[in-house]
Design a protein around this ligand. Structure first.
Ligand SMILES: Cc1cc2nc3c(=O)[nH]c(=O)nc-3n(C[C@H](O)[C@H](O)[C@H](O)COP(=O)(O)OP(=O)(O)OC[C@H]3O[C@@H](n4cnc5c(N)ncnc54)[C@H](O)[C@@H]3O)c2cc1C
Length: 651
């Protein structure tokens, strides 16, 4: 059937008339059938909903519904992410074709009883790079592709006698409302199964959580028993295709360097990363190195072309023990940890997790600052490169994501959710469970003892001293001698004249005074810190925060920081900040004077002065909280000198 023109299509497809009962589908009056409703987890192996459907029914119908709510002005995804999703759906459809079942059925919408067709044998090149156009569907379709309101469509299937099974995903906003509506509409015919390693079946999800996550990562994968069970796959050919959807919504990606959303590319990336995993710790921090130094698996994990567990087990099986392997598998663990937070509290996308910080910066909202940040025109080259890289390529390494988020919340002092939504729109890998929880954490909205304010000038010197990455994304600075890239506004006029880069003209001056803003942030934060710690004593707030150490971790913060503002304020300050803000040398007491903090401060002091002669400002350039508290989770977790490889229980 040709692509369906969806431009003016109000209807939800397939129509009720196109949906046979399971009995009709296979010509067996006793047949039971399951629709496998696919949202993320777009794979065949280690997919519990599919495994369950194969085990329980005589006939299964894997279904993906293109939901108009995610498109056009209503949607929150850039076209490149939509394209990635469409490629993934088409890839899954082709993958179904390779399954070793004896028969599958498909029928065109409106046609009479289903056609029985032989399924092709498993394709020998199933793991090779795609040679076909990535949105092309298999000749013998595997998925039923619907369009419209998924709840209406599922109800139609239920009315025709189908059960529906789907993998639970941590959701919020529209996704949560959709799932709630689906529950109400389908009742007991709809089952959400939890096959993603998260805990959902008890009140205190974090009790014994780390052990649970570890066991899940190491447990056998869910494998559909195609061979053992006599199950038939059924497909309705609706004429809905990714190409038709793209045409209807004018999906036309402009981003560059975006990975292709196919299972074969995911497998290739995983294999190639395993081969170079030993170099991973050295290649995480610099944005230039990270582009090819980290795994690049995040979009595949987000859409579930591969499961966290599949990646974990592949790495454990095929990579020799090394620090790289350890750091990497810890990050897979973090994926689960942050997603658990969203599963525990769907409000992460909309409200500050700690009520003490609710509404923070709303009164400071300045659209011109937001716009400068989004467009990469803040006058801070590392921030500008990050923001342009995000918009133009849809990916940033952890450090740049954290730095640009910190800059937005702490230095520009703009409402955090505007920045988080911007990331969500532009990241190809945007995972609601990670993005919004990380944003709140980076924006200091949780109330944990240690916080970090990144210094984008220091990041230039540490991560891109030659300006290779900055000038790739901010080409108007290419002619500027690299020693001025941390503070272009201090480039002597004669140098500007000579190199033809005119600060304030071809590149903006800083839109804010960094030091003044940072001090103002810490003062305000200090005033709220104890109250924020005390708020964590409230069970509902502790539950929302969802620390890996559970309620005990929240109580420990309250005990330590809830009643002594002076002590608390010491915690977030580095030595250099203390010197700068209080004009006095701090007493060597408490967490702020750990050996780590001293080492860092000395390291900073020993840096050579720049040609601009701004030696004194170096002292205040230390990333203030990177070494804040020995127990703080927000130490520089991406830094290779940091030995912390496990989640801290306060995180
Ligand atoms: C403000 C902010 C927003 C973020 N938003 C997202 C997001 O929407 N989606 C996303 O996948 N990651 C997000 N991250 C985490 C991290 O930056 C990315 O996972 C990583 O850069 C993806 O590249 P990779 O797959 O090559 O990473 P690798 O270093 O190869 O890591 C492998 C996988 O581990 C997980 N992981 C790595 N770091 C983290 C982390 N700090 N927290 C949780 N999981 C982690 C991811 O699933 C990642 O794909 C965010 C970080 C910050 C600071």
């Amino acid at each position: 059937m040709a692509d369906r023109d969806l431009a003016d299509e109000e209807a939800t497809l397939p129509l009720e008339a196109d949906i046979p009962s399971p009995a009709e589908a296979v010509g067996d009056p006793d047949a039971t059938g399951h629709v496998v409703w696919l949202r993320s987890h777009l794979r065949i192996d280690d997919q519990l909903a599919l495994t369950r459907a194969v085990a329980d029914g005589d006939v299964i119908c894997p279904l993906f519904v293109f939901d108009p709510s995610f498109y056009g002005d209503r949607g929150l995804a850039c076209d490149a992410r939509l394209r990635f999703l469409h490629e993934a759906v088409a890839s899954l459809d082709r993958l179904y074709e390779t399954l070793p079942t004896e028969t599958s059925l498909h029928r065109a919408a409106g046609s009479e009883p289903p056609l029985r067709e032989a399924v092709r044998p498993e394709s020998p090149d199933a793991t090779e790079p795609p040679t076909v156009e990535t949105l092309a569907l298999a000749e013998s379709p595997g998925l039923t592709l619907g369009y419209g309101d998924p709840v209406s469509l599922l109800s139609r299937f239920v009315e025709r006698g189908w059960a529906v099974v789907t993998m639970a995903t941590p959701t919020s906003r529209y996704g949560k409302r959709r799932d709630d509506r689906a529950r109400a509409a389908c009742g007991s015919a709809l089952e959400f199964v939890s096959g993603d390693g998260l805990v959902r079946d008890r009140e205190r999800t974090r009790t014994g959580w780390a052990d649970h996550a570890q066991s899940w990562l190491e447990a056998p994968q869910h494998t559909p028993a195609w061979d053992a069970l006599d199950v038939t796959r059924f497909t309705i050919e609706t004429g809905v295709t990714p190409t038709a959807v793209e045409a209807a919504f004018d999906v036309s990606p402009t981003k560059t360097e975006v990975p292709t959303g196919t299972h074969r590319v995911a497998a290739r990336r995983l294999r190639s990363f395993i081969d170079r995993i030993e170099s991973y710790p050295r290649r995480i921090s610099s944005p230039q190195d990270a582009r090819h130094g980290t795994s690049g698996l995040s979009p595949y994990l987000t859409f579930g072309l591969v499961s966290v567990r599949q990646v974990y087990q592949a790495v454990k099986t095929h990579a020799s023990p090394s620090r790289g392997r350890e750091l990497f598998t810890d990050r897979l663990f973090w994926n689960l940890h942050y997603n658990q937070k969203l599963a525990d509290w769907p409000g992460w996308t909309e409200r500050a997790v700690n009520p003490v910080f609710e509404g923070i910066n709303e009164d400071r909202h300045d659209p011109s600052l937001v716009d400068a940040w989004k467009r990469g025109r803040t006058g801070f080259p590392m921030v500008d490169a990050a923001m342009r890289c995000l918009r133009e390529s849809g990916w940033l390494n952890f450090r740049m994501r954290a730095m640009a988020a910190s800059f937005f919340a702490h230095i520009l002092q703009q409402p955090w959710w505007i920045g988080a939504d911007w990331y969500h729109r532009h990241l190809i890998d945007s995972d609601v469970g990670i993005n919004y929880t990380q944003w709140q954490s980076q924006a200091s909205l949780v109330g944990t003892p240690a916080q970090r304010v990144y210094n984008p000038r220091k990041q230039v010197r540490d991560q891109d001293p030659d300006g290779e990455w900055i000038t790739e994304w901010v080409p108007e600075l290419a002619a500027l001698p690299s020693q001025f890239l941390d503070r272009p506004e201090r480039t002597p006029l004669a140098v500007q004249q000579e190199c033809g880069v005119h600060i304030g003209d071809s590149y903006p001056r800083p839109v804010v005074d960094f030091e003044a803003r940072r001090s103002a942030f810490w003062s305000r934060y200090d005033r709220r810190r104890a109250a924020a710690a005390r708020a964590l004593a409230r069970p509902e707030v502790a539950r929302r925060a969802s620390f890996s150490g559970g309620y005990d971790a929240a109580k420990a913060i309250v005990r330590k920081y809830g009643s002594d503002p002076k002590h608390a304020s010491d915690v977030q300050l580095s030595l250099s900040d203390a010197i700068e803000q209080r004009g006095t040398s701090p007493e060597p007491s408490g967490e702020s004077t750990t050996a780590e903090a001293q080492t860092e401060t000395e390291r900073d002091r020993s840096e050579p002065p720049t040609d601009t002669g701004q030696r004194s400002s170096r002292h205040s350039d230390t990333d203030s909280a990177s070494h804040a508290a020995a127990d703080g989770p927000q130490r520089d977790e991406e830094d290779e000198r940091d030995e912390q490889t496990r989640l801290h229980r306060f995180e």
